[in-house]
Design a protein around this ligand. Sequence first.
Ligand SMILES: [Zn+2]
Length: 326
Amino acid sequence: MTDWPRLFHFERDLHIPEIDLWLDSKRVKPFGFVSHAHTDHLARHKKILCTPPTAEFVQQRIKPTHYQPVEFGQELSVGDYKISLHPAGHILGSAQIKIQKNGISLLYTGDFRLHPSRTVEPFEYVQADVLIMETTFGQARYRMPSREEVEDRLIDRCKTLLAKNKTPIIFAYSLGKGQEALKILTDAQIPVAVEEQIARYVPTYEKFGVTFGHYELFDRNDLRGKALLLPVNYRFHRFYKMLSFGYTIYLSGWGMEPNAHRRFGVNEVIPLSDHADYHQLLELADALKPQEIYCTHGFPQFVEELRAAGHNARTLEEASPLQHDL
Ligand SMILES: [Zn+2]
């Protein structure tokens, strides 16, 4: 074990004690970094550090009062620390944070995805001494098909259904996956109607340079001849499940699981994922070769796989503050 300065502390939440900065805490803090605007990563902190797109989404979701928007690559000084944000490839505005002090650097990825998608800034590889990485899909069975394959499957399914006068009913997370699906469908000129909970974020995407083809707003009285793009909670409405001309599709990386369609209560799960799969998790560790890796949000066994691949890895829960004192 190397002697690291006390850069971080973990007890339920990640914390940089000397500057009292909390990373992705779901509890309200005086100063919090929000890696992206999914609700499991944010709270109404007194002051929020995030990228400009995340600031807009957070404003639409929880209306906090004070932001510190930071552009990708911009270096910020906080006390003796230097902080910079870098694209995480997860949803628009999603950021990794690099924190440096006295030449020692820490990188926290937040949710990330290495390979390009249509609506997200491409992931940036950032060197650091200590890497804290999200490992949601850290099991060998989670190897996703290529993005092209997944997109083709969605497009082909929609075209085939519409040709048979059936309605594709697509459930997606209202922020991130919803706009990605909208872009895939409208780029393929598939007629689509979008529910308000997804459509409300589209202007922010457009403001930051993402363009969409033609779409209309969802109208419950007009359900034929187009794909319907609905938030995930709609899949519990019997109305949509029971439509004689409907075919329900859920978009999730968990579609790699056998029988995922039963678990999600739909006809089909298409594995459109905004997280790194198993292969990408290993790819990141191998590309960065940090001196220490801490894993969070995933399968603890993945740590063993990183060790077998020659990395000095442990779970975040195993991080002891004492190990981080000089
Ligand atoms: Zn997320």
